[in-house]
Design a protein around this ligand. Structure first.
Ligand code: BGC
Length: 416
C-alpha cells in the first residue's frame, strides 16, 4: 500500500517535471520537409535550443502547405493547437478573428519591429493592430530555374517572354529533354498559372483580378489570353508529372533531364543542398514576361494562445530569435529566400537573392509588387481555393481557354 502511494507520488512528481519542461518547449507546425527546407528549419531549432527552448517537431509533409493546414484545423478545433504554426497572409487574420492567436506585441515593441519590417510585411503580421505572427522571410514566386547545359545541348536560349518560351521549349523537347519540369499537384499548377497571369496580364490586371477580385477585370479578354498561354504549356510537361513533388521536379533540372522549372525560390534551396552553383550549374531568371515584378510570399509563424506563462515565455523567445539578423541571414541562405527585415547585410547572398531584393524595392515603387495568390498571400482562403481548383481543373483537362476562364470566374464569384 505504502509502496503504491510512493509510486503514485513519484509518478505525479515526474508528471509535474515533464509538464513544466514541455511547457517551456515549443511545438511547431510546418511543412518544410525537402532537403533545403529541412536545413532551414533545423537552423531555427538550433537557435532556439541555444536560447534554452526545446523543440517538438510537428511537420506535415506536402508542398504549399495544404495538408498542414488541414491538420492544424483539426488540432485547433479539438482544443489542442501547437505553440506556433506556419500560417501566411490573410489566413493569419482568419485565425485571429476566430480568437485562437496570442499577441507578441511586447516583443515586437521592445525590438522595434515597426521600424525593422517593410509595411507590406508588417501589416500581414498584425491582427487588430497587434503582432500575432513573426515573419521569417520573403520568397519571390515568379522565378524560372534553368539548366544552362541542357539549353546549350539543345541550341536553345532562356526565354524572357511567353511567346519565346513556346519556341525554346519546343527546341528542348525536340532534343529529347523534358522542357518544363512540373509536379501535377494543384498548388504547383496554381504556381505556374500565377506566373502566366502576371506575365500575360501585367501587374495592374493581376491586382485587379486576383487581389481586388474585380469582376470586370476577371471577365475581360485578358483572362482568356491567360488561359490560352497556360493551356499551351500542357504539351511541355512529361507524362509522369501527376502527383510529383516539387523538389523531385527541381531535381530533374539539377540532373539535366529537364530544362526549366517555374517555381518560387525555395527551389534554390534544393540546388544548394545538391552542391550546385548559380550561373554555372543553374540559372535563375524571372518567369517569362515578369522581369522587374515581384510576386511575394512571406513565410511566418503565428502564435497560438497558450494556457501557461512558460508557454508564452517560449513563444516570446521564438519571436525575438526569428527577427535576429543572424537568423534571418542563415535561414534565408538555406531557404532560397531573402530576409523579411531591414538591416541585414546583402554580402553573403547570391545574385538570385540580390535580384529578388532589388525587384522587391523597385517593384514596390513601380506598383508591380504583388502578393502571391497561389501561396495564400492575396485572397480570402475560400476564394484562393476556388482559383487553385479552377487552374488545376483546366490544366488537367482539354477545356478551351474560354471554358477555363468562364469556370474560374464562376467559381471565384461563388466563393466570395
Ligand atoms: C512556402 C515555402 C515552401 C513551399 C514548398 C510555400 O507555400 O511558402 O516556404 O518551401 O511552399 O513547400
Amino acid at each position: 500500500m505504502k509502496n503504491n502511494k510512493l509510486t503514485t507520488l513519484a509518478a505525479s512528481a515526474l508528471l509535474a517535471t515533464t509538464t513544466s519542461v514541455s511547457a517551456a518547449d515549443v511545438e511547431v507546425l510546418h511543412w518544410w520537409t525537402s532537403g533545403g527546407e529541412a536545413a532551414s528549419v533545423n537552423y531555427l531549432k538550433g537557435k532556439l535550443s541555444d536560447a534554452g527552448v526545446g523543440w517538438t517537431d510537428f511537420a506535415v509533409a506536402g508542398g504549399g502547405g495544404e495538408n498542414a493546414m488541414t491538420v492544424l484545423k483539426s488540432r485547433a478545433i479539438s482544443g489542442n493547437p501547437p505553440t506556433a504554426a506556419q500560417i501566411k497572409g490573410p489566413s493569419i487574420q482568419e485565425w485571429g478573428d476566430l480568437g485562437f492567436l496570442a499577441d507578441i506585441d511586447g516583443v515586437a515593441k521592445q525590438n522595434n519591429w515597426d521600424e525593422l519590417l517593410p509595411a507590406v510585411v508588417a501589416d500581414v503580421m498584425k491582427h487588430e493592430g497587434k503582432y500575432v505572427a513573426a515573419p521569417v522571410n520573403v520568397h519571390r514566386v515568379n522565378w524560372m530555374w534553368s539548366n544552362p547545359e541542357v539549353f546549350r545541348a539543345a541550341g536553345a536560349t532562356i526565354p524572357t517572354t511567353w511567346d519565346d518560351f513556346m519556341v525554346q521549349a519546343k527546341k528542348l523537347q525536340d532534343a529529347g529533354y523534358v522542357a518544363l519540369a512540373h509536379g501535377g499537384q494543384p498548388w504547383q499548377d496554381a504556381t505556374v498559372f500565377e506566373a502566366v497571369v502576371l506575365g500575360v496580364g501585367g501587374a495592374d490586371y493581376y491586382n485587379k483580378a486576383f487581389v481586388e477580385m474585380d469582376m470586370d477585370a476577371l471577365n475581360s479578354d485578358t483572362t482568356v489570353e491567360v488561359f490560352e498561354t497556360f493551356g499551351n504549356l500542357r504539351q511541355f510537361i512529361d507524362a509522369n508529372a501527376p502527383g510529383r513533388d516539387w523538389n523531385v521536379a527541381t531535381s530533374m533540372v539539377i540532373e539535366g533531364q529537364a530544362g526549366m522549372q517555374i517555381m518560387g525560390d525555395w527551389a534554390k534551396g534544393e540546388f544548394k543542398v545538391a552542391g550546385k552553383n548559380v550561373g554555372t550549374d543553374f540559372v535563375c531568371s524571372a518567369a517569362p514576361g515578369t522581369s522587374g515584378a515581384h510576386t511575394f510570399n512571406v513565410d511566418s509563424f503565428a502564435f497560438f494562445a497558450q494556457g501557461t506563462t512558460a508557454g508564452t515565455g517560449a513563444q516570446n523567445i521564438m519571436a525575438a530569435e526569428i527577427l535576429g539578423t543572424d537568423f534571418q541571414t542563415v535561414f534565408n541562405l538555406n531557404k532560397g529566400s531573402i530576409p523579411a527585415r531591414l538591416g541585414v547585410s546583402r554580402a553573403e547572398f547570391d545574385t538570385c537573392a540580390h535580384d529578388s531584393m532589388d525587384a522587391f524595392v523597385a517593384s514596390s515603387s513601380s506598383g508591380s509588387l504583388v502578393p502571391s495568390f497561389a501561396h495564400g498571400m492575396a485572397l480570402p482562403s475560400a476564394v484562393a481555393g476556388a482559383v487553385v481548383d479552377s487552374a488545376t481543373n483546366f490544366f488537367n483537362s482539354d477545356q478551351s481557354a474560354e471554358e477555363g476562364a468562364a469556370q474560374l470566374v464562376a467559381s471565384m464569384a461563388a466563393a466570395m
